[in-house]
Design a protein around this ligand. Structure first.
Ligand code: ATP
Length: 259
């Protein structure tokens, strides 16, 4: 395994009955990088993310963060170990306010947790104040301060995506997994989101792994790209090299376009 990498996946295999969703997939994500996973529908991208966030336990393979095995950890333990995540279709608590949604992320890292904080028990109040301060700072960073008391469901999709980002960052991840961050966004929202992703990496000391169908965006944003098809890694490397890779061209455009 690669000693310089923050996150390492080795020989990951997942089968659903007769379907092989992942077939011995290995890749590394360098600390401080933005790494993209691309591939056609059904390539195994989401299944990889589900393994990395503890939603699926692979039948074979290893996952290591900072040299520690994460295999078999349930989702809350993955978060505690430093894996944050956003979802393809935005998974907020629709009836909670923006502040409350971000606080849910923060509580996952406090010693007291959500129930004692809600009950306002003695001894958790100092931690509670610090948690609220962090949530407010995150809302400011992601342009959400003006919406603090607005219910998440009432806000446009582009704003909801930013709330999800703020909530994921409230868990203080070492690695942030972004599942199709650009999906459903307008051109202007996309520009804002791209800037935010770069700033998360540069200013918040967080490594980013993203799945994205918007290939021009991936090429622009990522330092390293892993390309998948039919549950296998078909290429990895610098964006320019992956863009020109015959296997990648074949997977996206069909055999007649490959050199
Ligand atoms: N829970 C499941 N049960 C059965 N098959 C599944 C399950 N989850 C995924 N699959 C199958 O595993 C394969 C990989 O799916 P996956 O969702 O990981 O692909 P993907 O690259 O994320 O695709 P997309 O870009 O469409 O989201 C597909 O053939 C899919 O149908």
């Amino acid at each position: 395994m690669n000693e310089a990498a923050l996150l390492q996946v080795h020989g990951l295999s997942v089968r659903f009955g007769g379907i092989t969703a992942l077939d011995g997939v290995s890749f590394s994500v360098a600390r401080g990088s933005i790494c993209g996973i691309i591939g056609p529908n059904g390539a195994g991208k989401t299944t990889s993310f589900n393994c990395l966030s503890g939603l699926i336990v692979p039948q074979e393979g290893r996952i290591e963060l900072d040299g520690r095995s994460l295999l078999g950890c349930p989702p809350h333990e993955m978060v505690a170990r430093g894996i944050g995540r956003t979802f393809q279709n935005v998974a907020l608590f629709p009836t909670l306010t923006v502040l409350e949604n971000v606080l849910v992320g923060s509580y996952s890292t406090t010693r007291a947790g959500v129930v004692p904080s809600i009950l306002n028990l003695r001894g958790v109040r100092t931690e509670e104040a610090a948690t609220r301060e962090t949530a407010q700072a995150l809302m400011a960073r992601f342009g959400l301060s003006g919406y603090a008391q607005v219910r998440a469901a009432e806000l446009p999709f582009g704003v909801q995506k930013r709330i999800e980002l703020a909530r994921a960052m409230a868990t203080r991840p070492k690695v942030l997994l972004l599942d199709e961050p650009a999906a459903g966004l307008t051109h202007a929202e996309l520009e804002t989101l791209s800037d935010m992703i770069v700033r998360i990496r540069d200013e918040m000391d967080t490594t980013i792994l993203l799945i994205e169908h918007n290939v021009p965006l991936v090429m622009r944003l990522c330092d390293w790209i892993v390309a998948m098809d039919f549950g296998r890694k078909i290429a990895e490397g610098l964006p320019e090299a992956v863009r020109r890779d015959p296997e990648v061209i074949r997977a996206y455009l069909g055999a007649e376009h490959a050199a």
